[in-house]
Design a protein around this ligand. Structure first.
Ligand code: ADP
Ligand code: MG
Length: 728
């Protein structure tokens, strides 16, 4: 039988680039055509229903049953007109995926016919049999009901022939079992707290919107090679594979020209995304070979998160059509850059002001500095929590590796702002300021360039960087639902804004003028959170040492890092802001630890199988060839002359034996450690065991396999090699 690897390579070499049917439609013609957006709503809804839904979206007002029925019938009419036959509630359970269960619109009628029907109740609420979604012990098996409830702020859309209705997912007792519920609550908490602080500067502000623009990194691999690598297919990453002689050393992939095959894939998923109203805008090659990035224009955070989940799904589906596979894993290949998901985050007002953008005058600049400094302070106070939200089995490989933001949370501000903060620190004191001092300070602040965006220095090594008009949280994992870090960030900033307001009000009540009170609290925050500010190279060894001196934590493993998620401080934060309860947090924590354990467990099993069933037999086959060769040479030359030639083959034979022996022993030890781990009841302790006792074997076994890859005849090697996987 021909070798599976060579068969895969043959397929790869014979691939034809799909002919692109040139899409002649202008984007403006098809953008959002598969979305029940405001434009479509106006067409399909009565004026009354339209106004109701708009106020539900903009002001969070409740929609009553009667109106829901009207809206349902409008949505149905639109969907059926576009060929939809089914509908589903679409939600984000805590396993990180999206879930859907399709039901047909049709209902039989008494006369033997059928009609398309979609009642208001079906739009508003559904009860999926959801007992196998993760719930962390919240849903008892005897009470397995979960409910999905319509989220009108994210519009319904059609995929294929199914109408998808974005929903939240909660338990019978009202606890959140998804990401959307707490995300919406965190957005609301931030809205309220930010509006209150805006009142210091502008009485017209009534609403503050959280914006998110994500950048999604990913790898592409040919389908045949992917299928020939059980590790990639089952775990999303390669568990073995010697480095390719050439990979990313020359940086020749970054921003390089996009191969035709990849470009065909990109154009197709972008087209579908645009039809779904996802404002996808940017595409480029990333640093590693076969690594790419896409990014939309930023949107309101809840919508942006939905769009990110949706596009990951679309990309996976489209890739299959193109005989490709898209890898969202944070570290699919060893020693090559991993993938992240940069979360560009900002707050905007109903008056059209970006609160993280400097304004035209000292007053608006003071507002900008307030939101900037309060955010820095929030990141300082809740750094451990932020880290906890982005740690996963996959991201553990990336954070702190030489190409990704470190596991130390720090904030980069750039020269201009660092100067501005220093100015406040030096000029403001608790003494009453003289009019001259005030004028000078205001002049200083007025000097912050109106458009920082063009002249901010970029620091690519910071996990949390200010980039001119937003913060960019770069440590987020590429496969992750970006809601998790956004929930924590929104809530932390909301809390800090509330505290800021209380502190300023206190000073005002003591008779200190508003501006001065604001300056004093800002100065206090600058001093208190100075340790988190870092402008240098975050990838360097010096920073690790420096951070330690500053007392910043650097926790690289998931079980340790995620403790902060259920710390007293975190529970208080989330409960105070009505975002998540203690019970919900603990359930979430348990789910995450369980996922962590399962991921490592699967990796260990796959690697064990591959090592024993693929690699060891291959090594033995090649060893036999060498043994035969030695025997033939000895027969030909005689022992003396053979020995005079030097025993190079014999050395290789012995070398292979050593590696085989090591692999077998290591795999057995790894199995034993798994058994011990599986008997640990407490999920936190089990995750720690898997981290400390099982995970290290993955590297040890791999090391031996990669050594064998270098020795064994290429013709014998069963799995596609890095040099084959990495270049399309
Ligand atoms: P870069 O790679 O330079 O960071 P990209 O264009 O790849 O830039 O992505 C930047 C992302 O940040 C985009 O999604 C963009 O829409 C988003 N963005 C820009 N301005 C803001 C803002 N004020 N708030 C949130 N996101 C923003
Ligand atoms: Mg960016």
């Amino acid at each position: 039988m021909a070798h599976i690897r060579f068969k895969a390579l043959e397929l790869l070499y014979s691939r034809e680039i799909p002919k692109l049917e040139l899409n002649t439609r202008r984007t403006s013609e098809y953008f959002g055509e598969n979305v029940f957006n405001r434009r479509t709503m106006q067409e399909y809804l009565s004026k009354e229903a339209f106004e109701h839904i708009v106020s539900a979206i903009d002001k969070g007002c409740k929609i009553d049953r009667k109106i829901a029925t009207q809206i349902a019938s409008g949505i149905k009419a639109w969907a059926v007109n576009k060929g939809a036959t089914h509908y589903t509630h679409w939600f984000h359970p805590l396993n990180g995926a999206t879930a859907e269960k399709h039901d047909a619109f049709f209902e039989p009628t008494a006369d033997g016919g059928a009609i398309e029907n979609f009642r208001g109740e079906l739009l508003v609420q559904q009860e999926p049999d959801a007992s196998s979604f993760p719930n962390g012990g919240i849903r008892n098996t005897f009470e397995a009901r979960g409910y999905t409830a319509w989220d009108p702020s994210s519009p319904a859309f059609i995929i294929g022939t199914t109408l998808c209705i974005p929903t939240i997912f909660v338990s019978y007792t009202g606890e959140a079992l998804d990401y959307k519920t707490p995300l919406i609550k965190s957005v609301n908490a931030l809205d309220k707290a930010a509006v209150d602080v805006c009142q210091f500067f502008d009485k017209n502000v009534e609403k503050v919107i959280t914006n998110l623009g994500w950048e999604q990194e990913y790898f592409l691999v040919d389908e045949a090679l992917f299928n020939a690598r059980p590790d990639l297919a089952l775990t999303g990453r390669t568990l073995m594979g010697h480095a390719s002689a050439k990979d990313q050393q020359l940086d020749d992939h970054y921003f390089g020209s996009i191969p035709d095959r990849v470009s065909a894939f990109m154009r197709e998923f972008e087209y579908e995304s645009l039809r779904l109203g996802i404002p996808i805008k940017t595409r480029h090659n990333e640093v590693a070979p076969n690594q790419y990035e896409c990014a939309p224009i930023y949107e309101e955070a809840n919508l942006a998160v939905d769009h990110n989940q949706l596009i990951m799904d679309l990309m996976s589906k489209t890739a299959k059509k193109h005989k490709l596979r898209v890898l969202f894993h944070e570290k699919p290949f060893k020693d090559i850059n991993g993938s992240g998901k940069h979360n560009n985050w900002s707050m905007g007002t109903n008056t059209g002001v970006n609160l993280l953008s400097p304004g035209k005058n000292p007053k608006s600049n003071l507002q900008f500095l307030t939101f900037l400094i309060v955010t820095v302070k929030a990141v300082d106070v809740y750094a451990d929590l932020l880290r906890a939200t982005i740690m996963s089995a996959g991201n553990e490989h990336r954070l702190g590796a030489s190409e990704a933001p470190p596991a130390i949370i720090s904030v980069f501000l750039g020269t201009e702002l660092t100067k501005a903060l220093k100015g406040i620190e030096q000029r403001v004191s608790t003494k009453k300021m003289t009019p001259d001092e005030k004028t000078e300070l205001k002049l200083d602040i007025g000097k912050i360039p109106e458009i920082l965006l063009d002249n901010t220095d970029r620091n690519r090594t910071s996990p949390f960087a200010f980039t001119g008009n937003r913060f960019e949280f770069r440590a987020v994992g590429s496969s992750q639902n970006c809601a998790a870090p956004m929930i924590a960030l929104n809530t932390a900033v909301a809390q800090q804004l509330k505290e800021f307001k209380t502190e300023v009000d206190k000073l005002i009540n003591k008779g200190i003028k508003k501006d001065e009170a604001i300056f004093q609290i800002l100065k206090k925050y600058i001093v208190e959170s100075k340790k988190i500010l870092f402008e240098g190279n975050g990838y360097s060894e010096e920073w690790v040492l420096e951070a330690e001196k500053r007392g910043l934590s650097n926790i690289k493993d998931m079980p340790q890092a995620t403790k902060a998620f259920v710390s007293e401080k975190a529970i208080k934060l989330f409960e105070n802001n009505s975002v998540l309860s203690k019970r919900e947090l603990e359930a979430r924590q348990e789910i995450r630890q369980e996922i962590y354990v399962k991921k490592i467990q699967i990796e260990a099993r796959v690697l064990g199988d591959l090592a024993i069933n693929h690699i060891v037999p291959t090594a033995i086959k090649y060893q036999n060839v060498l043994i035969q060769n030695v025997q033939s040479l000895k027969t030909l030359l005689g022992d003396v002359e053979y020995n005079n030639m030097g025993n190079t083959q014999i050395d290789t034979i012995k070398n292979i034996s050593t590696n085989i022996k090591e692999i077998k022993e290591l795999v057995n030890e790894m199995i034993e450690e798994r058994k011990i781990g599986n008997n640990i009841e407490n999920m936190e302790a089990r995750a720690e065991h898997y981290n400390k006792k099982v995970k290290p074997y993955l590297e040890l076994v791999r090391y031996r396999i990669d050594k064998l890859e270098l020795i064994i005849d290429d013709e014998f090697w069963p799995l596609p090699k890095y040099r084959e996987l990495l270049f399309l």
